[in-house]
Design a protein around this ligand. Structure first.
Ligand SMILES: Nc1nc2c(ncn2[C@@H]2O[C@H](COP(=O)(O)OP(=O)(O)OP(=O)(O)O)[C@@H](O)[C@H]2O)c(=O)[nH]1
Ligand SMILES: *[C@@H]1O[C@H](CO)[C@@H](O)[C@H](O)[C@H]1NC(C)=O
Ligand SMILES: *[C@@H]1O[C@H](CO)[C@@H](O)[C@H](O)[C@H]1NC(C)=O
Ligand SMILES: *[C@@H]1O[C@H](CO)[C@@H](O)[C@H](O)[C@H]1NC(C)=O
Ligand SMILES: *[C@@H]1O[C@H](CO)[C@@H](O)[C@H](O)[C@H]1NC(C)=O
Length: 394
């Protein structure tokens, strides 16, 4: 039997479009968020010797995205200027139970989460009598539950309001296109509400592209991707063992299947930032037999945000650019310069894998691996591009 013809629907990603996406560190009060944030900004990714950026303000940092391909390209082209990709990280104040109804920093806190595109959720798996836990004792699954509930309750409140507004639009009746569309949207909003009321997060739902558009317009908290960071003692981190970890893994498998979980020791990371040089820090990591998690955390965040990279190379500049998965050549060109999107002519493309394999650009050309692509080309992670664009119209 021949395969059924399928209408190829354009895939739409949950979340804000664009490439300048932001992540925020979230957790209950006193789980080590600010300490982690400091460790990130003081690490060689947040405070690199050769690049002119670091912490933007006390709550916002721009961190380099570590990428061996970029390092290799810089080594190869020895450019005057090297521009790596970056990720923005926010330190968001601690959440307390009841935030959705205004407790603690309440709504201010939740609006900070609304402003980021993805969440690092810090979970405390560390017993320390000296540090007072807001809920009395260390119980990571209860903490996970509290945060999940608060975010979901806030979404429910928001979606209920949206539904009310939508009903005002459909109440007029009739068969106009506008009303039909409003009715479809209303059905989607009801579906979202039902899912939330079942105790599920919006990002775990199965949505059509049209539904995704409605979800994206609502800026829901539980639609944002999450990377779980489990804060361990240095000792547990190094021996890769902690009595709470299996329960945490189980909770995440049940409530947030597929979301990445990264064990981290905030105090170890902080200690590593206290070395004068990167070499000394690396030596210490080698000595104790455990690597810093900060590079992994940044790379994982990029992945859950569906961000990939293309490169532009040359003796003047090697630069890593950020695009969302599925971006076509003209939009990728638009990341380099807004005008290029409109005046795009073609992209000259080869990729990192081919370059590394063949050794240099001349060889890539000689082997016929350089391609010319038009406006429908979907840029792949690792592509090396040269954009041809016309003169900007005045
Ligand atoms: N001894 C010790 N104390 C730490 C360590 N990490 C954090 N603390 C202490 O734990 C408390 C809370 O740490 P923070 O990183 O500020 O916690 P937070 O999650 O940002 O808390 P919020 O202020 O609610 O955002 C502070 O008193 C820190 O000094 C650590 O590695 N060792
Ligand atoms: C950081 O990355 C964003 C895109 O993700 C880009 O627009 C911005 O120019 C970059 N900043 C620096 C300083 O490289
Ligand atoms: C996070 O874990 C570290 C151990 O890595 C611990 O020293 C610190 O106290 C923890 N933070 C809090 C506030 O629990
Ligand atoms: C982009 O998405 C496609 C299909 O969804 C997937 O196969 C591919 O690995 C993704 N690429 C990146 C860089 O995430
Ligand atoms: C790189 O390009 C070659 C052809 O030039 C292609 O076969 C290969 O799949 C590409 N690799 C990636 C990772 O895009």
């Amino acid at each position: 039997m021949p395969p059924k013809k399928q209408v190829q629907e354009e895939k739409i990603l949950l979340g804000r479009p664009g490439n300048n996406l932001k992540s925020g560190i979230v957790g209950l009060a006193n789980v080590g968020k600010s300490t982690l944030f400091q460790a990130i900004t003081k690490s060689n990714l947040g405070n690199p010797a050769n690049f002119p950026y670091a912490t933007i303000d006390p709550e916002e940092a721009r961190v380099i995205v570590p990428d061996e391909r970029f390092d290799w390209l810089c080594e190869k082209f020895k450019p005057k200027s090297k521009v790596p990709a970056n990720l923005t990280v926010y330190d968001i104040a601690g959440l307390t139970r009841g935030a959705s109804t205004g407790a603690g920093l309440g709504n201010a806190f939740l609006s900070h989460i609304r402003a980021v595109d993805a969440i690092f959720q810090v979970v405390r798996c560390f017993d320390d009598a000296e540090i007072i836990h807001v809920e009395g004792d260390v119980n990571p699954t209860r903490d996970l539950e509290i945060i999940a509930d608060e975010l979901r309750l806030k979404d429910i409140e928001f979606v209920e309001k949206a539904l009310e507004n939508q009903k005002r639009k459909t109440r007029v009746g009739g068969q106009s296109l506008e009303v039909k569309k409003a009715r479809e949207e209303e059905a989607t909003i009801e579906k979202i509400l039902a899912l939330l009321n079942e105790g599920k997060d919006v990002r775990k739902g199965d949505w059509s592209p049209k539904e995704v558009e409605v979800i994206n317009s609502l800026l829901l908290l539980t639609a944002k991707p999450v990377v779980y960071l489990v804060n361990l003692s240095e000792r547990d981190f190094i021996r890769k063992k902690n009595k709470h970890l299996p329960k945490v893994a189980e909770w995440i498998a049940t409530h947030a299947k597929g979301d990445p979980v990264i064990p981290i020791s905030v105090s170890y990371e902080e200690r590593l930032t206290q070395f004068e040089t990167e070499e000394e820090s690396l030596e210490e990591q080698k000595r104790v037999g455990a690597n810093s998690c900060i590079p992994k955390l940044i790379v994982t965040m990029r992945k859950v945000l569906n961000l990939g990279s293309f490169f532009t190379v040359g003796s003047d500049e090697v630069r890593q650019w950020t695009i969302r998965n599925g971006t076509k050549a003209p939009q990728a060109a638009g990341v380099i310069h807004t005008d290029f999107e409109k005046t795009f002519i073609q992209a000259i493309v080869y990729n990192f894998t081919v370059l590394k394999e063949l050794g240099d650009e001349a060889e890539v050309k000689a082997k016929g691996k350089v391609m010319t692509k038009g406006k429908d080309y979907v840029v792949e992670d690792g592509d090396i591009l040269l954009i041809k664009a016309g003169a900007a119209k005045g």
